[in-house]
Design a protein around this ligand. Structure first.
Ligand SMILES: Cc1cc2nc3c(=O)[nH]c(=O)nc-3n(C[C@H](O)[C@H](O)[C@H](O)COP(=O)(O)OP(=O)(O)OC[C@H]3O[C@@H](n4cnc5c(N)ncnc54)[C@H](O)[C@@H]3O)c2cc1C
Length: 409
């Protein structure tokens, strides 16, 4: 067990592992990654692995674009394996409202330098042969969007690369307290003992709020259940087929090992209060609900050509966290020197984690991140969220409107 650290990173998922790697890459000594469970084993490996570079918010788009660039040279940079396919993404509007969103997405993508363009039905049938052009009004194509075959490789790779650069990984070690004296972080208490440190990063995913509460810090995030299924092999499905999203249905798809991975955002999201979960709870224990996905699949049956007899091979789900404005929370905790957070992933955290970790590490070590983090500051919420009910209502709105928000660049 370690008793002193330069930085303690709590959580080895996408946000924590990337932050730890980039801290060590910048020369920080004594980085310790503490995880209550196995390294990179909770929500991150259960993600669909999609990137989406044109986000409603330009600050998040910039993080997503930098992250794709970092994914492309991940193995070169870290020496760790990462399997991805870069077929681009095809985003579809069926209704008038979404047509306006897609039009704005094309303009925003171009302004961001992404070569996003309108796609014809003929072009779509080549890129995404499982989609039938029925009742479709407009299609946007972003050619550099990619997907990770097995998303867990990303945090695992960052964690292993951090370890090679001197970080200490402590799996199965739970943080139970964070000591603050005179407004400064002084230590972290874990199930294996105390670690003296002046800097802590709370990247505990669904538990990030609970961890911060140990130091009396209220982080306004709410864990939400999110799920997808993967079908058995479907003749004609190829790994190089594009990622597809049907906006009004809030449904996304991509190829996976000869089958189709399909997930989406339901209208009445299930939120979780981690303070009521058993201390032994792991994301693998989360009860999933196939009926939610069946309804989502039904809502796109006119567009997605899949024979009803195709069976489901796998059903995955996890607990990403929502914020009231749909942007993550990344940066310092106001009023406490040395306390940083990286949480509130808003179901898109894996694909921005390379840039989030790099930027947060720069902020911690130099005070000058290469991408501005103001839009992610915890202070932006101020006193706006007055109650748990108000927070949940705002988070539900963000979740259900996930593809309805109009992008700007
Ligand atoms: C079904 C599904 C599909 C998704 N699809 C995508 C997608 O296509 N693209 C995308 O970008 N994102 C996607 N996401 C979201 C993505 O998975 C999350 O944004 C990301 O995994 C969040 O990473 P994290 O590091 O915050 O959390 P986690 O991976 O959960 O890591 C948090 C870690 O903190 C540890 N921890 C918790 N409490 C403590 C404690 N007290 N002490 C020590 N350690 C602790 C946990 O054990 C855990 O390992 C999807 C999510 C789901 C569930």
């Amino acid at each position: 067990m370690v008793d002193e650290a330069g930085v303690v990173v709590i959580g080895s998922g996408a946000f924590g592992a990337s932050t730890a790697y980039h801290l060590t890459a910048l020369g920080q000594e004594g980085v310790v990654v503490v995880d209550a469970h196995e390294i990179a084993s909770q929500t991150s490996p259960r993600a669909a692995g999609l990137t989406k570079q044109v986000r409603p918010d330009p600050d998040v788009s910039h993080m997503a674009i930098l992250s794709v660039q970092k994914i492309l040279r991940f193995t070169e940079e870290t020496g760790q394996p990462l399997t991805f396919v870069q077929p681009g993404s095809v985003n579809i509007a069926r209704g008038e409202k979404d047509e306006a969103v897609i039009r704005a997405e094309i303009a925003a993508g171009q302004a961001l330098g992404l070569e996003t363009s309108e796609l014809s039905f003929d072009e779509m049938s080549l890129l995404a042969p499982l989609i039938r052009p029925r009742d479709i009004r407009l299609i946007a194509y972003t050619p550099t969007d990619l997907y990770l075959e097995e998303p867990g490789q990303l945090p695992l790779g960052y964690a292993r690369a951090a370890e090679e650069q001197g970080a200490v990984l402590l799996p199965h070690t739970r943080v139970t307290g964070i000591g603050i004296e005179d407004g400064h972080v002084v230590n972290v208490t874990t199930s294996q003992g105390e670690i003296r440190t002046a800097i802590v990063v709370d990247a505990a995913g669904a538990w990030a709020r609970l961890v911060a509460e140990q130091a009396g810090i209220p982080v306004p995030i709410v864990p939400v259940r999110h799920q997808f299924f993967i079908t058995q092999r479907i003749p004609g499905v190829d790994a190089t087929h594009a990622i597809c999203r049907i906006y009004d249905a809030c449904v996304y798809m991509r190829p996976h090992q000869g089958g189709l991975l399909m997930g989406g955002y339901e209208r009445d999201p299930q939120f979780y209060d981690m303070s009521t979960a058993s201390p032994d709870f792991q994301i693998g224990d989360l009860p999933l609900d196939m009926s939610v996905l069946e309804r989502l699949a039904q809502s796109v049956r006119d567009q997605v050509l899949v024979d009803k007899s195709v069976g489901v091979r796998e059903h995955r789900g996890g607990l990403p966290t929502m914020t009231a404005d749909g942007r993550p929370i990344v940066g310092p905790v106001p009023g406490i020197e040395g306390f940083f957070v990286a949480c509130g992933c808003c179901v898109g955290g894996l694909s921005i984690s390379p840039a989030v970790g790099a930027t947060l590490a720069e902020l911690i070590l130099t005070g000058q991140p290469s991408l501005p983090l103001d839009a992610y500051a915890m202070t932006r919420f101020g006193a706006a969220v007055e109650s748990e009910d108000a927070l949940r209502a705002a988070c539900a709105q963000q979740y259900t409107d996930w593809y309805a928000r109009v992008p700007t660049a």
